[in-house]
Design a binder for this molecule. Structure first.
Ligand code: NAP
Ligand code: ZN
Length: 338
């Protein structure tokens, strides 16, 4: 089978198409023909800073989000059968820690997430497969697992309810646009930002209530303050956007953090935090039932995955570049069978 593998994590990034033996399933595993796999910023982190892949792990096939058809199952698999159309829940949990036992499973103390989606075939834990209704396409499904499930859990962790005002700095990428769409679906009012006016127009078409084009955090803060106090900030940017995210919160408001694309070490005024009774909460991924719910939302028309661009496997490197250059609105999808 063909795979897209990172062969060198120094710049310029090398992602090469290589050949691997077709996988065969052991107990509890399935082999999936990958028809769609979506890119996430976490795939880029494998080329950067402290998340950079060590030499000994190269070549490495990245990719956590995949959908396709089951082509083989190992012993002891009853959840899915050959021919089923599925999407993978990329959460890998230990099954024995307190959070695996009591929930939510995305808080697993030994958490990890799947890699290997950018390939013609993928070997997966069959218990993590979710069957797709006929009216959900593999491309729509492959967009959901990491970005949409993370955004869904973040909104839930921030106790977002109808009528809340939700602030999403960086509203054009995977987690950002998902947060806007899902907050809209709850009945919240949404504020989203981007460095690009053109990209914001596309997010407005998805129902964004207030679009702010700004680069500087201070400019951004002023624009949000003009709209009003915020109940929940969904923050995947970190860095200087952390302080803005806290500043604009109303008393007892919540900022939920899942990333740090714009900087590792946030700063904010502690006094603002304690006098404002504000909450800062970390969040990572979501649960398998969360993803099942999202697939259901797509099936019944309440949610549409936003797809920016589709690429054949041969052009995986171009998809990585597009994400690095922040060119897209929504999700970049690789189609390994094309
Ligand atoms: N903890 C978890 O479970 C989890 C799950 C998913 C994602 N994450 C993290 O969340 C972040 C977003 O992931 P993603 O896949 O949604 O990424 P993405 O699609 O690449 O996000 C693009 C968005 O980030 C903005 N952006 C990127 N760099 C920026 C910068 N330097 N300054 C200001 N804005 C910037 C872009 O804004 P413009 O419109 O201005 O270009 C765009 O809105 C990543 O750090 C990722 O690792 C964590
Ligand atoms: Zn666990």
């Amino acid at each position: 089978m063909r795979v897209a593998a990172i062969t060198d994590s120094d710049r310029p990034t090398e992602i090469e198409i290589g050949e691997r033996e077709d996988p065969s399933p052991s107990n509890g595993q399935a082999v999936v023909r990958v028809e769609a796999a979506s890119l996430n910023h976490r795939d880029l982190w494998k080329l950067r800073d402290d998340d950079r892949l060590p030499e000994e792990q190269l070549p490495f096939v990245p990719g956590g989000d995949l959908a396709g058809t089951v082509v083989e199952t190992g012993p002891d698999v009853s959840r899915v059968a050959v021919g089923d159309r599925i999407v993978l829940c990329p959460l890998e949990s230990c099954g024995t820690c307190r959070f695996c036992r009591e929930g939510p499973e995305n808080m697993c103390e030994n958490y990890s997430s799947y890699d290997g989606a950018f390939a013609e075939r993928a070997l997966v834990d069959a218990s993590r497969l979710i069957s797709l209704p006929d009216d959900v396409s593999v491309v729509e499904a492959a967009a959901l697992p990491i970005a949409y499930t993370t955004a869904y859990r973040m909104l839930e962790r921030g106790e977002t309810t109808a009528g809340d005002r939700v602030f999403v700095p960086g509203a054009t990428g995977g987690v950002g646009i998902a947060a806007v769409q899902l907050a809209n679906a709850i009945g919240a009012e949404t504020i989203g930002t981007s460095r690009s006016a053109d990209k914001l127009e596309r997010v407005e078409a998805e129902g964004l209530d207030h679009a702010i084009r700004a680069e500087e955090p201070d400019e951004l803060r002023a624009a949000v303050e003009e709209i009003g106090e915020v109940d929940v900030t969904i923050n995947h940017l970190g860095g200087p956007f952390t302080r803005v995210g806290v500043d604009v919160l109303r008393t007892n408001g919540a900022m939920v953090v899942c990333g740090r694309t714009a900087g590792r070490y946030p700063e904010f005024d502690a006094r603002d935090l304690y006098f404002g009774h504000k909450r800062i909460l970390g969040s990572t991924l979501g649960t398998q039932p969360d993803l099942e719910r999202l697939v259901g939302f797509v099936a019944d028309g309440r949610l549409e995955s936003v797809i920016a661009q589709r690429y054949p496997l041969d052009e995986t490197a171009a998809a990585f570049e597009a994400m690095r250059d922040s060119e897209m609105v929504g999700k970049l999808v690789i189609e390994p069978q094309e």
